[in-house]
Design a protein around this ligand. Structure first.
Ligand SMILES: [Zn+2]
Ligand SMILES: [Zn+2]
Length: 413
């Protein structure tokens, strides 16, 4: 039977699983309830399952039964398994209080699957089932990467440290991830692009260290406030003077705190800054120049400053060939009207970027705006009102499946 039909046949079960995960969302690297549901849903499938140590991840390996062309082959075959494809779903929720009013809405206060990772988990379980049914024809192995802690916790990095990219015995030849969107795209429409797909994001904390004193006698103090103001302005000048307009960066000082009252010069001023960039080169440049600028401006006034990067994700860069391949698979499997090229990268960030730094692959968006809501005005991911339509689950699972099958067939040849 066709993959899309097989996927449609399990759509109800996938929706059931998705709703169970949705109702009990968990945040961060430790998601015991979510992990339990995923392991239970994979039960009975011919998979080798490993649970994470540093985080509650689930890594499942499906080994194909076909050995390819043996001695005449490329010599890359590991344990008779052939090439390896990795499919990834993130599993974590956000600190948002759900206001959708859905009957399967979050039962945990202040926690919501507002980014649709519940759908990703269910779609990947669906792919594990569909690919398991095809194990006898599988010319290689598939690694299913169920990952906690995407939302700012760098879960992908921990899973890479624990060996997910080599879980099948050799390095994955390609990696794919799907991400649903509650707006912007019509339900069931897939979108991707070659090259930068998502931004790099850095959170930078700056402290300007001065010396407090009486507001009437600034010459006896070292006032951090005007110095911090100068830093804010200089950061905006830096954006326009030091960077190629066709490889842009965004710097926003979102928080500025200093002092307590009008006539007291404070000891320090604190700034919190977010920085977005779209290439490894401009990311490296912005990280260096921002820190230099902060130190030099402070020292020009006889003060000191510290600038510390907190969380950061690199640019998510799709391989050109893999992105084209993913687009082709969408149109062959589901029809031309189901693919829409993405003209520009998105300014959000993703830790699948760490996987794509080591394995060529593609990060693909999937519209999940429930009709008849207009995608242009629908509450987007991370909103307390974001609603994701279950009906995309079957096609998501089918796409994961077809990507793995075709990619394995092409590299086994
Ligand atoms: Zn998110
Ligand atoms: Zn997300």
């Amino acid at each position: 039977m066709a993959i899309t039909e097989d996927a449609a046949a399990i759509a109800g079960e996938l929706a059931h699983l998705r709703r169970a995960i949705h109702a009990e969302p968990e945040i961060g690297l430790h998601l015991p309830l979510t992990q339990e549901k995923i392991v239970a849903a994979l039960d009975g499938l011919p998979l080798e399952i490993t649970l994470g140590s540093a985080l509650s991840s689930v890594t499942a390996v499906l080994r194909g039964a076909v050995n390819g062309d043996g001695a005449g082959g490329t010599g890359r075959r590991a344990g008779g398994g052939g090439p390896v494809v990795l499919l990834r779903a993130d599993m974590d929720a956000l600190p948002v209080s759900e206001r959708t009013g859905l009957d399967f809405a979050s039962r945990i206060d202040g926690t919501m699957h507002a980014c649709g990772h519940d759908l990703h988990s269910a779609m990947l379980v669906g792919a594990a089932r569909l690919l398991s049914e095809r194990q006898a024809d599988l010319p290689g192995s598939v690694v299913f990467m169920f990952q906690p802690g995407e939302e700012g916790h760098g879960g992908a990095r921990f899973m890479i440290e624990e060996g997910v990219l080599d879980a099948a015995g050799e390095r994955a030849a390609a990696a794919y991830a799907l991400h649903v969107a509650s707006g912007e795209l019509r339900a069931g429409v897939f979108s991707t692009r070659g090259g930068p797909m998502m931004a790099a994001a850095e959170a930078l904390g700056i402290t300007v260290h001065g010396r407090g004193g009486h507001g009437s006698q600034p010459h006896h103090a070292a006032d951090p406030i005007p110095v911090a103001c100068e830093i804010v302005t200089a950061l905006q000048v830096l954006v326009t003077r030091a960077f190629d307009i066709f490889d842009p960066v965004v710097i926003t000082v979102g928080s500025f705190h200093a002092g307590t009252t009008d006539n007291v010069i404070p000891d320090e001023a604190r700034l919190q800054v977010t920085i977005r960039s779209f290439s490894a080169a401009s990311r490296e440049q912005v990280r260096e120049t921002v820190v230099r600028l902060v130190h030099d401006i402070a020292s020009a006034h006889g003060l000191t400053a510290t600038a510390k990067f907190k969380d950061s994700y690199p640019v998510t860069v799709n391989d050109q060939r893999e992105a084209r391949f993913a687009a082709e698979v969408v149109t062959d499997l589901l029809g031309e009207d189901r693919f829409q090229p993405q003209p520009n990268p998105m300014a959000g960030a993703e830790d699948f970027s760490y996987v794509l730094e080591q394995v060529p692959g593609a990060f693909v968006m999937l519209g999940a705006c429930p009709p008849p809501v207009d995608p242009a005005t629908a509450p987007f991911n991370h909103s307390a009102f974001a609603v994701f339509d279950d009906t995309v689950l079957a096609d998501g699972a089918a796409l994961f499946t077809e990507l793995a099958l075709r990619r394995l067939a092409s590299s086994a040849r």
